[in-house]
Design a protein. Structure first.
Length: 350
């Protein structure tokens, strides 16, 4: 039976949250036997060729530089479906509203959702609203679920991988990375988390950094058409450190990244230094990491560079059999372990 109570760390994307999901949620609800099931803890599930994803958004504050809870919610769910190698088709929305929440703010959030969904070409086609008493919830929480179908370029993408090495399964999953695969980042890290923090009361620092929240389905389709992608994943809560540790654990490979190659904006670096944060652990909402076969690195980086969202893409590391953890070669020449964060140092960023 359960003991104790939920703490903020249970929602923070690190090892405490992973523990909650495995010990409680998977053990109660897992075991469906579908193609990519709950217990895979991947970005989305797959059943009868349909990719299904649900995600809830509780970001604080609701409005921040570069976005708001509305645009964020659309982007987050679309990206989780897309990284599986799927084409998102439609979304479902659930709103939980606090008594006293300004209708003007609700309308602003809805218009922002509409703009994001139109730009991605993925409509919201059903939904639900509930209201809770004042104090029972903080203004608004949004759930966005979505469905997708196999991306038309996924088969040709996998065929390119198979020309060079073994590849099992029909989807891009966390457990498919092998030693020798290269790791590409689609752009700068830490922007979203730092932008949200800068708008949060009590932190009081000024920055030009804006959130990167954006739907990436169109960029992802372009990359799949090149071929050679083994897995993609969005470094949201827990940041790149959490993402790479998930890959390392599920694929049973080591991952080595090179600090000097990590794209990080000066404003993010400065804010992290001031607040004692590690940019590797800060969440992003408009970036993906890609594991690709070495033969296609140059072409994939080139295609990423041709898109607005991927213009700062960079090869940052590789999977290795030398060790079984995540390590970083630092700018001064040493190596340090990149541990999975215990919890996101910045709670409620999504
Ligand atoms: Mg994800």
């Amino acid at each position: 039976m359960g003991q104790g109570v939920i703490t903020m760390a249970h929602g923070a994307g690190g090892s405490v949250m992973q523990g909650l999901i495995k010990k409680y949620i998977v053990s109660a609800l897992g075991g469906s036997g579908v193609e990519v099931p709950l217990e895979a803890l991947d970005d989305a599930a797959v059943i009868h060729g349909i990719v299904l994803k649900s995600d809830s958004y509780t970001v604080k504050p609701l409005f921040f530089p570069g976005g708001d809870i509305g645009s964020l919610s659309i982007a987050g769910t679309i990206n989780d479906i897309s990284v599986m190698g799927a084409e998102p088709l439609a979304l479902a929305s659930g709103f939980i509203l606090e008594e006293g929440f300004a209708l003007e703010d609700l309308q602003r959030v809805l218009l922002s959702m509409k703009a994001a969904s139109s730009s991605a070409g993925v409509p919201v086609i059903t939904g639900d609203t509930k209201v809770m008493e004042r104090g029972a919830i903080d203004k608004i929480a949004i759930n966005i679920s979505g469905v997708g179908i196999r991306n038309e370029a996924l088969d040709s993408n996998i065929a390119v991988v198979k020309k060079h090495r073994m590849f099992e399964g029909r989807w891009l999953v966390d457990s498919g990375i092998r030693p020798g695969d290269k790791i590409i980042l689609s752009g700068t890290i830490g922007d979203h988390g730092i932008a949200v923090l800068s708008a949060r009361q009590g932190y009081g620092f000024e920055t030009k950094v804006t959130s990167d929240a954006a739907p990436l389905n169109k960029m992802i389709s372009k990359v799949l058409r090149v071929g050679g992608v083994v897995k993609m994943k969005d470094p949201t809560r827990g940041g790149l450190a959490n993402l790479l540790n998930e890959w390392s654990e599920k694929s049973k490979v080591g991952v080595l990244i090179h600090e000097e190659k990590l794209p990080i904006k000066e404003g993010v670096r400065a804010a992290c230094e001031m607040l004692g944060l590690d940019p590797l652990e800060i969440g992003n909402e408009g970036k993906i990491a890609l594991a690709v076969i070495p033969q296609k690195v140059d072409e994939i980086v080139e295609v990423l560079h041709s898109t607005e969202e991927g213009k700062d893409a960079q090869l940052v590391g590789e999977a290795t059999e030398e060790f079984d953890m995540v390590a970083m070669e630092t700018v001064v020449g040493g190596r340090r372990i990149v541990a999975p964060p215990v919890g996101d140092p910045v709670p409620r960023i999504c």
